[in-house]
Design a binder for this molecule. Structure first.
Ligand code: CUA
Length: 353
């Protein structure tokens, strides 16, 4: 037998005999650990009342189920072992059926459990169905293949994929869709709400903790469904005020950004017939396209492509050059700008902040 080597880890020493097996284990576990970054999509770490109410319902039901599982499996395993046929010559046991007490017990007990779970569930549903308070912030979120339009109707603000909300204030979200069925889901904040064409669904939550949270479309909606992500920034009321002010100001582009603004607002590629302004809006400019996400204040967003990649010069350049390289299936086409034009448009978009 080869010598046993060990690896000291957070839960003690892991012993292994086979380096290949260890390598395989590392290959499987490492990506899982790498996924445990700052952003989590775990319902087990709620940061808002809505998600906490669901968690507070889920845990007791989980425990009830766990106890039933252990009792039933325990009785089963015990019986299989205790009453197994020990030898070929064992006679067939006496055949019985019907025991009124037992029948009553296993009819009444599940009924009681179901009633208890139902009452707990209805109570949570009633709490979540309450009308929003008068000072709630209204946000309309509309699913598109494959990004999220975000409108603050009372503030006259439209953005995309990144939602800003103040903490400790009720957020009254209307969830809609422009094309197919999507599902609006921030696991740490609230339960899933379907985005259905021609219908408005509602969800209400109050975020309690400042932070940056990740959401994800939770209904298969076509090719790039898995890459239909979004972010929610929960900030102080003061930070929210400055964000809304920034969203409403239109900075005057200078230098290269000025050239980029002209390309963005007027250029149509002679080879493809496409241009930025045909699909995108930048508030306060002549670009008022509605097919793609609003790019108002794009320079202040932290991500691109529906929270897919960081908003850096390199990524924005690569995105404009060929979005499908980064997000296969994306509906944004190659516009047909040359490298100098792309550099100017990037400078312009980054100046919007
Ligand atoms: Cu939108 Cu899945």
């Amino acid at each position: 037998m080869p010598p046993v080597r060990g690896v000291r880890g957070p839960i003690g020493t892991v012993r292994y005999r086979n380096p290949a097996l260890l390598a395989a284990a590392v290959a499987i576990i490492a990506p899982l650990l790498a996924a445990c970054g700052e952003l989590t999509q775990s319902t087990q770490q709620p940061v808002a009342d809505n998600a906490r109410q669901i968690q507070d319902l889920f845990m007791p039901i989980l425990w009830i189920s766990a106890i039933i599982f252990v009792l039933v499996q325990g009785a089963l395993i015990y019986s299989v072992i205790r009453y197994r046929r020990r030898s070929e010559s064992d006679p067939i046991p006496v055949q019985v059926h019907g025991d009124t007490r037992l029948e009553a017990l296993w009819t009444v007990a599940p009924a009681v459990i179901v009633v208890v779970v139902a009452v707990m569930t209805f109570r949570t549903m009633a709490v979540q169905a309450e009308a929003p308070p008068p000072d709630a912030l209204k946000v309309v979120v509309e699913g598109h293949q494959w990004w999220w339009k975000v409108v603050y109707p009372d503030l006259g603000i439209e953005t995309a994929n990144e939602i800003y909300v103040p903490i400790d204030r009720a957020i009254d979200v209307s969830v809609e869709s422009d094309d197919v069925i999507h599902s609006f889901w921030f696991p740490q904040i609230a339960g899933k709400i379907d985005a259905i064409p021609g219908r408005t669904n509602r969800t209400l939550f109050t975020v309690e903790k400042i932070g940056r949270y990740q959401g994800q479309c939770a209904e298969f909606c076509g090719f790039a469904h898995a890459q239909m992500k979004m972010l929610l920034f929960a900030v102080t009321e003061a930070d929210f005020e400055s964000w809304t002010a920034a969203m409403k100001s239109t900075p005057a582009p200078q230098g290269l950004a000025q050239q980029g603004a002209e390309i963005f607002n007027t250029f149509i590629s002679p080879t493809t017939g496409r241009g930025c302004f045909i699909c995108h809006t930048v508030d306060g400019t002549s670009a008022q396209g509605t097919l793609g996400p609003s790019l108002t204040a794009l320079g202040s967003r932290s991500t691109l492509g529906a929270a897919l990649i960081d908003n850096t010069t390199e990524n924005l350049t690569a995105w404009i050059r060929n979005p499908a390289d980064i997000k296969p299936g994306v509906l944004m086409p190659v516009v047909g700008l040359d490298d100098d034009q792309i550099a100017a448009v990037v400078a312009y978009l980054q100046s919007l902040r």
